[in-house]
Ligand binder design. Structure first.
Ligand SMILES: [Zn+2]
Length: 150
């Protein structure tokens, strides 16, 4: 393998998950983050680039949110929360805000979304678990109160 040959390789930055041409990266330092890079073959660079793009695709994040929304609103649960809390916003916006709230809750660890290892026909395999119920109720009340003030 002609690793050092600048005409046959790119430089790969492990931090930014992307490759650069040798002439764009003096001293084999990443022009974006400054990390030391190592040369990789061109095909390797293209494949890694594709994989990195796949991993950060915003479409995946959107789909993840949709899944979260579908889980917490199923069996009319979304409408039931809406009726109980009576927030001062249309249902669509309420649904979006609670989805956002639950995504934050999952990131902070007070709720947990359980997914089956492979797509499943059993609805219960997709579920929301409350690690801290008190926290969820408090957050929901705050959300509804904030919207009623508008
Ligand atoms: Zn970098």
């Amino acid at each position: 393998m002609t690793h050092g040959d600048p005409t046959k390789t790119y430089l790969w930055c492990n931090v930014c998950r992307r490759s650069f041409r040798h002439e764009d990266a003096p001293g084999a330092r990443c022009p974006v983050c400054g990390a030391e890079m190592h040369p990789i073959g061109k095909m390797n660079a293209i494949l890694r680039g594709l994989m990195a793009t796949e991993m950060v695709a915003s479409d995946l994040r959107t789909k993840h949110r949709q899944l979260v929304r579908m889980i917490w609103t199923r069996n009319g649960m979304g409408e039931q929360y809406y009726r109980v809390l009576a927030p001062g916003i249309p249902y669509n916006r309420f649904e979006a805000q609670v989805t956002e709230l639950l995504c934050r809750g999952a990131a902070e660890g007070w709720v947990r979304f359980c997914l089956p290892p492979a797509p499943s026909a059993t609805e219960e395999d997709y579920r929301l678990e409350f690690v801290d119920e008190e926290r969820f109720v408090t957050e929901l009340e705050q959300l509804a109160e904030a919207t009623r003030k508008h």
